[in-house]
Design a protein. Structure first.
Lengths: 257, 327
């Protein structure tokens, strides 16, 4: 059996007295779409952050592609193929959409101690950037400044930037946050396309989306993994119902999905 | 041949007549005509005044590189003016008058100092960054005060300008002026290339959102440090010019208020715009000069003027002539 692409063991992090991650263990094989769900404050974003390299964990280890990356800084992890999209949109707002994505391409096209040539004229940066924009359906908005894009378009750009780094593991922190149903549907369709070719860790609130996309689901409560497995098993898990949604809501939500 | 053509293509703006380009072009033409005005009228003071403006424009350009494009608000930039100036003065005093030695030393020492300051300060941000850069500059200021051999607090009069064996005689005021002017043009050209290069985009991306830059794979610290060193080196050159211009060095060249002046020039002209710092330097120094003629307290009027610019003109003077553009 091949080694999982991502192996997490005993990962712990506290903020003051709050336990945000409590001995989290996770194995994610290559190609899997793995959803992280849990109530507000369960530590989902913290987990994504720990995987991406910010903040640093207090205990535990993270292995990526057979290599211990626990002590690696954010930018080095990105170079290895870990990409993160942010829950709260985090873009270069005074650049155009294309400039944003081209920077992500540039980050993975050798060093940037090049002082002379016009980077906006480099086909090697612009073409892959346009492709990434095209993949998320933003090609027509390439030359629009980010602060003039709609919220939905900015969410799409978030994902385009992560994709442009040609990741092997994509960490998506609520990619649909704050979107209307049409825009959400577009992103779900896009993620479905990426499935299989890319390993994904997906934090998402919307159960419909989670059950539609995920190969496996991990449920976090107060920083602890209370269940992990295939959707059907998680759906049936009594502890999940009790701890996560409450018996009533759980029946409704999970069966709805 | 193709490369040469390419070089020219990019240096020509799309439209010479757009207000955004017309103003810089007009200002540069006026700066270029000052020695002719002096030759015709015999008004040598104008040449001195504008020489100072040209030289401090270069210093302001270098500060804009880190502060405007890079978002690193260094409050100790005058230190490099002083280091560049003292390199010229000290070498002259020790019998080395060749500009081919003095100027590279001025640039190299400034770059090394920037490397040290940057390595320590760039890990901090906001107020802490401002305080550390200020502290380093004040340190150099006090060191210069203690250099009794080189005039201590009183400063040192430099007996002869840097010698450039037969190539250019900057002992001649007109030649010195055009030499500085040529360096200003060269600096503008270099910066226009730099900020649009891969390196320049990394610097501007880091100003905009450093966290995201790291998340997409950039080790931002290295790029910021190199940018800091480039700015320090360019300002060191400006300091070497200033020492030659005034034939004098003193610790007051790098007093913290001088750093403040440079910051004001950059903000006044337009942060993160190519030509803004030159507009800022021209406006600030002319205003200072004009006010000092009509009142004993120019600061009393200069202060409120700057306040008005800060309140009503967010993009600086450059923004009056077309939309502010960061390129």
């Amino acid at each position: 059996m091949t080694e999982p692409l991502l192996q997490v063991a005993g990962l712990s992090k506290r903020f003051g007295g709050v336990v945000a991650a409590d001995a989290i263990a996770l194995d994610i094989p290559a190609g899997e779409c793995h959803a992280i769900i849990g109530p507000n404050g369960a530590g989902k974003t913290t987990l994504i952050g720990l995987l991406a390299g910010e903040p640093a964990p207090e205990r535990g280890s993270i292995r990526f592609d057979g290599r211990d990356i626990t002590a690696l800084p954010v930018h080095s992890r990105s170079q290895l193929g870990l990409a993160r999209s942010f829950q709260i949109t985090s873009l270069f707002t005074d650049f155009t959409a294309l400039d944003n994505v081209a920077l992500a391409v540039q980050a993975h096209a050798g060093h940037s101690f090049r002082f002379w040539r016009d980077a906006r004229g480099e086909a090697a940066l612009r073409l892959p950037a346009r492709e990434a924009l095209d993949r998320v359906g933003l090609a027509a908005r390439a030359d629009t400044r980010v602060d003039r894009l709609s919220h939905g378009e900015q969410r799409q750009l978030e994902i385009a930037m992560a994709l442009a780094t040609q990741p092997r593991l994509l960490l998506l922190d609520e990619p649909m946050a704050g979107l209307g149903s049409d825009e959400s549907a577009r992103i779900v369709a896009m993620l479905r396309q990426l499935k299989g070719s890319l390993t994904m860790v997906l934090v998402e609130h919307d159960m419909e989306t989670v059950f539609a996309l995920a190969d496996r689901i991990t449920v976090l409560v107060y920083g602890r993994v209370i269940a992990s497995g295939e959707p059907a098993a998680v759906r049936a898990d009594a502890a999940v119902r009790e701890a996560y949604l409450g018996e009533q809501d759980a029946r409704q939500d999970l069966h709805h999905g | 041949m193709k490369a040469a053509l390419k070089l020219f293509r990019v240096s020509l703006p799309a439209s010479w007549l757009a207000p955004r380009t017309a103003l810089p072009v007009a200002v540069l033409i006026i700066l270029g005509l000052v020695p002719i005005y002096t030759a015709v009228t015999g008004d040598a003071f104008m040449l001195t005044l504008f020489g100072r403006i040209v030289i401090l424009s270069i210093a302001a350009l270098s500060l804009n590189l880190i502060m405007g494009y890079g978002g690193m608000a260094s409050f100790g930039h005058a230190a490099y003016l002083g280091i560049g100036g003292y390199a010229v003065g000290i070498l002259w005093k020790e019998g080395i008058a060749s500009g081919f030695v003095q100027w590279p030393v001025a640039i190299a020492v400034s770059a090394l100092f920037a490397l040290a300051v940057g390595a320590l300060s760039l890990r901090t941000r906001g107020v802490y960054f401002i305080m550390i850069t200020l502290a380093f500059a004040q340190m150099v200021y006090y060191v210069a005060q203690g250099l009794d051999r080189y005039g201590g607090d009183d400063g040192l009069t430099i007996g002869s300008r840097s010698r450039f064996a037969g190539i250019v005689d900057i002992g001649n005021a007109t030649q010195l002026y055009y030499f500085c002017f040529a360096l200003l043009l060269a600096s503008l050209f270099l910066i226009s290339r730099l900020v649009n290069s891969r390196f320049g985009l990394v610097i501007q991306g880091t100003r905009s959102n450093e966290r995201r830059m790291r998340a997409i794979g950039f080790s931002t610290f290295r790029y910021k440090l190199v940018c800091f060193v480039i700015a320090g080196a360019l300002c060191g050159l400006s300091g070497a010019l200033l020492a030659n211009h005034t034939n004098f060095i003193s610790p007051s060249m790098m007093f913290w208020t001088r750093s403040g002046d440079l910051m004001v020039m950059v903000i006044l002209g337009g942060l993160g715009t190519l030509f803004g710092p030159v507009l800022g330097a021209v406006t600030y120094l002319l205003l200072e000069e004009a006010l000092s003629r009509v009142t004993e307290y120019p600061g009393l009027f200069l202060g409120p003027t700057l306040l008005l610019v800060a309140i009503f003109l967010h993009g600086g003077i450059q923004s009056l002539f077309g939309a502010p553009r960061r390129d």
